[in-house]
Structures are given as C-alpha cells and as structure tokens.
Write a protein that binds this ligand. Structure first.
Ligand code: ADP
Ligand code: MG
Length: 465
C-alpha cells in the first residue's frame, strides 16, 4: 500500500459514515485528521480540546474498533490537538476578550518576529501548545495574574522571581503557567522544565529507589525556567520539601526563573515548612479569582467560535449566569449543549439547557454555600493578616478585631451553631457570642465598621473571595 494511513483512514470513515448519522459524522468524525500510523499506533489530530475530550469520551471505542477492523490488526488510537496557526504566533493579533491595554495585544510589547525553532528539550515538549496568552480571555478577575505571567514570559528572572500564582481549581492556573512556558521556550529558546508537582514527587521517588538522584537534580537545576504546577501537593511530604528547598535555592541563586501554582496561598498549604512558605512569598504572589459574568460570557463566546458552533447570546448568557465558579465546568457545559443540539437536531432553549446542565448547576449551587474557612480567609486577606493569626490566641487589636469580625460574619452567613463556629476558630462558644455582640455594637456606633463588614459580606455572597 502506498500510503497506508490514508487508505486506512478512508476505510474507517466509510465504515463510520455508515454507522453514524450524517450530522454526527460531520461534526465529530469529518473534522479528524490522520497524522501517522506506526507500530500499531494511529495518531489523529483535531483542532481544539473540545473535540479531543468529546471524542475521547464518546467515540474512541467506536473509532478504535473501526480502525482495527480496517487495518486487520489491533491499533491503539492517540488523539492530539494540533496547534492553531494563530496560536503559534504567540502574542500577535488581538484576542476577543483581551482587555484594552493588556500586554499581548499592544504592538510595543509584541515579541520579535524572529521565530527560530527552539531545540525542544524533553520537558519543553510536555507543554501543551494549545495554552497560549492569545487564547486566554482577560477580565478583572485574572488581569493581574495574566500581566504577571506575561511579564515573566518576556523577561524571565528579571521581572518577578519566584512568581506564585494561586486560585481555585478550573480558573486557568495551568493555562497561564504553560502559556508562559510556551512563550519563553519559543521566543527566548529557554530551557523550560514544566512539571506537575505530582510528577515531581513521582520522579523523585523513582530516582531515590534507582539511586539516580544526581541525574534528577541535574535535570531541574539546569533549567532556565522551572514551572511547577500545583505545588500544594508538597503538603506533608517532608523529604520532598527538603529536596525542593535545595532545588529552589540552586535555581534562585543562579538567577533562573521559578514559577509555581497552587490552589491556595503558600501560608495555607498544610504542613509546608516555614522556610518554603517564606521563599514562595519572596517574589510576586498573585491570585486568580472566579471570573465575573462578562468575562464568563467572553470565554464562552470565544470557545464557541473555536468550536465553530452557532449558539445564541441568550443561551450563552444563561450558561454564564448559572455556572460561575469554574471555567472548566463552563467549557464542559458548552460542549455538552452544542453536542446535544447537534446530535438530536433539537433547537436549544433556556428550559432545555437547564435540564441538560442540571448536574453542573447543582454542583455550583452547593459550592455557593459559604464555608467558615472562606470567611476566615476573606477577612484575613482584607486585614492583611494570616488565617493562622485569626486562629491563634494572640490578643493585639490588629488581630483580635478581625477575628471578631470573622466570627460575626460566620454567624450571619452560615447556619453553623456557636460551638461549631467556636471550633473552627479554636475557641469556645462564649467567645463567639461575645465577638458577635461586640461587632453588632460597634456597627451601630461606627459607620466605617458597618461599611467594612457589609463589603466583606457582599464579597463573600457574590463568590468574589
Ligand atoms: P486550573 O489549572 O486553575 O485548575 P486550567 O488552567 O486547567 O485551570 O483551566 C481550566 C480550563 O479552562 C482550561 O481548558 C483553560 O484553557 C480554560 N480557561 C481558564 N481560564 C480561561 C480564560 N480566562 N480564558 C480562556 N480559557 C480559560
Ligand atoms: Mg491545573
């Protein structure tokens, strides 16, 4: 056969076209491009991650079976996302949701057009090319984090070192840290090592048992840019913290860039050594917050465009209104809705969407219940103290007052009993009661305090921690 992959794929398409409706075939199969077939592995590519996840979840076994039957032997399928032309041109072109004046769209800050290909190290290849600054939608909840990553990507080890990016799951930490890595690898030919903290842990354990610690260390310490995703995973791992401490120092002293992400501030990572907490706070610490409704709509619109899906503003608005706290969930809702419409041929309405997205909406509503810990954190952030101060027995007014405010808000915004609230603050119920009375009185006398407490409560209620 002259071109086995073409032949095989042609046969597979014929088979699948038979089994699937034209609509489904056109939407989900015709968009696949065959890439290579060797050693019983067929690599396919699609243009974006929606297709990837949808195909993997729904059509992989069917495709595998068809390929195996056409090829006459078992074949494993690997689907990948091919980098878009626009994405490869990092930092060029305006992206739909990018706020005016933010870095990648200003021509002065564009990377030089020189596009010599870097010799990718093994680790650089781990970066997913689909995470770019270009396709990251910027709004008020993430513009600071975005600008910080962009600054570091342009001038590694000059702007902020380390850069510590934290925020809850699904808000774009991995997207931003990889966009940074992709940009630095392409425009500075920097050796970028990207790892999830979990991989770092596993490699360390493996190196330890194979007595290859020297190689392990060499790999990390020769990076120009070390990106570790989900560093909160270091919690409770003493030996590893020790190892990471030395890696950090070696890189930092050599003026290499370190970027870390975490699901919470360093000071709140359980059982993280103080010296690491300190170091993580040396450079710039920035938070990704849940996007507001306009940004959520902009994200949906952009993703719908990428999927080439036509969906009305009313429906996008419905999704953006109901799914508030997690961009990954928002993407999932869009894919689900578009696929449902495409497969059934039914025209979507808000009523249908509500049924279709009920699970996601339920999870959102459950998460909207404010926890005592969120309140403690919000109040601590506001008064620029640590949650551990709030929980301590210290009595200076700069700590005792925020502690009382936090207790009062817990009483107002949650259904927890006094003893429960007391427990969460490592105090007894009488202390909570006293705190609530104190704050009530102060609010009566002092409009400044009343405004502060109101602002804090409103922020918590709107999910804007
Ligand atoms: P995290 O690492 O914080 O859990 P991810 O970076 O994995 O979150 O983001 C979840 C998904 O949402 C990814 O597919 C990512 O591309 C997308 N995403 C998050 N924020 C944005 C944004 N502002 N613009 C576009 N896509 C986003
Ligand atoms: Mg992540």
């Amino acid at each position: 056969m002259e071109n086995p992959i073409k032949e095989v794929w042609h046969g597979v398409c014929a088979l699948l076209a038979d089994r699937l409706s034209t609509d489904v075939f056109d939407r989900w199969i015709a968009i696949i491009q065959p890439v290579a077939l060797d050693d019983a592995i067929l690599r396919l590519s699609v243009s974006n991650d929606f297709y990837l996840s949808w195909l993997e979840e729904n059509y992989l076994p069917m495709i595998e079976e068809a390929v195996t039957s056409v090829h006459g032997q078992p074949v494993e399928i690997r689907i990948e996302v091919r980098p878009r032309e626009a994405d490869r041109k990092q930092g060029t072109g305006a992206s739909a949701g990018t706020a005016a004046g933010t870095p990648p769209t200003t021509s002065a800050s564009r990377p030089k057009p020189r596009r010599r290909k870097p010799a990718p190290t093994t680790e650089t290849r781990k970066l997913n090319p689909r995470y770019t600054f270009d396709n990251f939608v910027v709004g008020s909840s993430n513009e600071f984090a975005h600008a910080a990553c962009w600054a570091v990507a342009r001038e590694p080890a000059r702007a902020y070192n380390p850069l510590f990016l934290y925020g809850r799951v699904g808000l774009g930490k991995t997207h931003l840290i990889q966009a940074l890595g992709n940009h630095a690898a392409t425009s500075h030919q920097a050796t970028v090592v990207y790892m999830s903290c979990e991989e770092f842990v596993n490699e360390y354990i493996e190196a330890l048992s194979n007595k290859e610690l020297v190689n392990f260390r060499k790999k990390y310490r020769t990076a120009d840019i070390l990106l570790i995703d989900d560093i909160h995973f270091l919690s409770n791992k003493d030996a590893l913290q020790e190892e990471f401490f030395h890696t950090f120092n070696a890189l930092f002293d050599a003026r290499k860039q370190i970027v870390l992400t975490s699901d919470r501030p360093a000071s709140e990572i359980k059982d993280l050594e103080e010296r690491l907490v300190n170091r993580f706070e040396w450079g710039l610490v920035t938070e990704l917050e849940p996007p507001n409704v306009e940004t959520r709509e902009a994200i949906l619109r952009r993703k719908a465009n990428e999927m080439e899906a036509e969906i009305s503003d009313e429906l996008l608005n419905f999704m953006a209104e109901h799914i508030r706290s997690n961009v990954r969930r928002l993407e999932g809702a869009l894919v689900r809705s578009v696929s449902y419409a495409s497969i059934t041929g039914i025209t979507l309405t808000p009523e249908i969407l509500e049924k279709l997205l009920r699970d996601a909406i339920d999870v959102e509503n459950q998460e909207a219940i404010i926890t005592l810990q969120q309140i403690q954190r919000q109040v601590a952030d506001y008064y620029d103290i640590r949650v551990s101060d709030i929980l301590s027995k210290r009595r200076p007014a700069s700590i005792a007052f925020p502690r009382q405010v936090a207790m009062y808000i817990c009483r107002q915004l949650t259904k927890h009993s006094l003893p429960d609230i007391g427990n969460a603050f490592e105090k007894n119920h009488a202390t909570v009661l006293h705190a609530c009375r104190m704050i009530e009185n102060k609010m009566k006398d002092d409009s400044g305090i009343r405004r502060t407490v109101d602002t804090l409560m409103n922020k918590l209620k709107s999910g804007r921690r």
